[in-house]
Design a protein around this ligand. Structure first.
Ligand code: GLU
Length: 493
């Protein structure tokens, strides 16, 4: 099939089980970008056939994740489309009808083997230590006999009849892939009992019915693709193009898992990673713009993305780089944007209420601006500004910072003298004035900058480092600053 001659239709087909994994987000991102770049459609289908493990909650979480990431789909649950329904569990009648058709054409057969017989076969395989693909003993049963036994109520599984030979296909990322059929079991299409079709079968039914032209999914599905290709052939239908995205690996080069860090989107949302940083970082998991540019926006991604440029080597997910990228994006935000993003963290840390933020908005914006350069994540905000909300006479001192400040000779005296000059208005009132005047003041006293700054920062903020001190004084107000400085002089004496 010449895929390019038709409208491109890609899809993601997540199973709503558990939390939304970053791997799913990356798969969604690549499918979405491909559709957007080449004027195609991006379909969402929920593969909820494994009833026990599916929850309404995780389906909602998938929809919310796509929405949050800005990966709008053209057809899917809640949105509808020409191939509805988009929930696999609502399509089972159609799957069973297709299974019937494959039984009738001989591409599938009824396997009446009991679970005990199958267990015995498996045990025998293990004992022999040599894996031979399963070929059911009922494979060559006379079709008429098979039909009569089924009609008499004998339970059976519907299995795909793997033909002799091999399957070859051109993976858009990996190139030519060849799988000898002797490695593939006559796999179960519909489980014993008759009502429960399996993934490898229904995925083809649905992709066919939904006219999917390109299937891009994780490398873990590479083993499934030959089975699925054989179903397309059995149905006499052209197959879509396939590409298998490289595994996302941890820095230990093992499959990304909880063991080495967070793997789900909500984990990163909760930590306050900027959305665009998550988007950009996921885009780099197996793809690159030009081999060197790490930071690019979604428009650039869509403009340049092609599945054929995805690398087949595993994509290493480096948390340190992710954190760096978060900071890059956080610093590009306007103060208003950043204030909106950090406000929930300030509220959660009980530093301010939403109403207080609103009432003191100009002040809040300045506080946010003062620490913008210091943060990588929105969740860093409370730690940088907590001191603004502590009582002036009980600022929480960082242990190391306090040790450092205590090493300064004359620390209490210089703090008191500085407080006096500040109170008398001799240092001016704006941050810029204070910076200049304090320098001159220190020169007059023959003191070094650090002699004052180290104890002063500790007294005002409790920290060893942070934003501009004069800006802090302005934001605290002079009376509050004076109270802190004097309390600091007493504590450090
Ligand atoms: N339900 C499968 C999964 O979540 C879909 C795989 C596919 O895209 O075919 O991995």
């Amino acid at each position: 099939m010449d895929a390019m001659s038709k409208t491109i239709r890609v899809r993601i087909a997540p199973s709503p089980t558990g939390s939304v994994h970053l791997g799913l987000c990356r798969t969604a991102l690549f499918n979405w970008a491909y559709a957007r770049r080449f004027g195609g459609q991006f379909v969402l289908r929920i593969e909820d056939t494994d009833h026990d493990r599916n929850t309404q909650v995780s389906e909602q979480a998938i929809l919310a994740a796509l929405d949050w990431l800005g990966l709008d789909y053209d057809e899917g649950p809640g949105k509808g489309g020409p191939f509805a329904p988009y929930r696999q569990s609502e399509r089972v009648a159609r799957h069973l009808e297709m299974a019937q058709a494959l039984l009738a054409s001989g591409h599938a057969y009824r396997d009446f083997s009991t679970p005990e017989a199958l267990d015995a076969w498996r045990a025998e395989q293990e004992a022999r230590k040599q894996r031979v693909a399963y070929r059911g003993s009922d494979r060559d049963l006379d079709p008429e006999v098979s039909r009569r036994r089924a009609e008499a109520g004998e339970p059976f599984a519907t299995r795909f009849r793997i033909p002799a030979g091999e399957t070859r296909f051109e993976d858009l990322i990996r190139g030519q892939v060849t799988i000898p059929h002797e490695e593939i079991d006559d796999w179960v299409m519909v489980r014993r009992g008759g009502e429960a079709p399996t993934y490898n079968f229904v995925v083809v039914c649905d992709d066919l019915d939904m006219q999917i032209t390109h299937v891009f999914r994780g490398e873990e599905h590479l083993v499934n693709t030959p089975k699925q290709l054989l179903v397309y052939a059995a149905c006499g239908k052209p197959e879509p193009a396939f590409a298998h995205l490289p595994l996302m690996l941890g820095t230990d080069r093992k499959k990304l898992s909880k063991r080495t860090g967070d793997t789900s989107l909500p984990d990163y949302q909760a930590k306050g990673y900027p959305k665009e940083a998550i988007f950009n970082f996921l885009a780099l998991q197996g793809w690159s713009l030009d081999g060197e540019t790490d930071v690019f926006d979604r428009a650039k991604f869509v403009e340049h993305f092609d599945i054929r440029d995805v690398s087949k080597a595993g994509a290493v997910f480096d948390p340190a780089k992710f954190l760096w990228m978060a900071g890059e994006y956080l610093r590009r935000e306007t103060v208003e944007e950043l204030a909106q993003h950090v406000a929930p963290f300030a509220i959660e840390a009980q530093l301010m209420t939403a109403e207080a933020i609103e009432a003191r908005r100009p002040w809040f914006l300045r506080v946010v601006a003062s620490v913008q350069d210091r943060m990588s994540l929105y969740s860093d905000f409370p730690a940088w500004v907590a001191h603004f909300f502590q009582p002036d006479d009980a600022i929480v001192y960082d242990e190391k910072a306090e040790k450092g400040a205590r090493k300064r000779e004359g620390r209490a005296e210089i703090l008191l003298a500085f407080a006096e000059a500040l109170e008398a208005g001799r240092l001016g009132h704006t941050a810029a004035d204070m910076a200049g005047a304090t320098k001159a003041w220190l020169e007059d006293r023959g003191a070094k900058l650090a002699d004052l700054f180290q104890p002063l920062r500790l007294a005002l903020t409790g920290m060893g480092g942070g934003p501009d001190l004069f800006e802090t004084i302005e934001l605290l107000s002079t009376p509050s600053s004076l109270a802190r400085i004097r309390a600091g002089a007493a504590r450090l004496a």
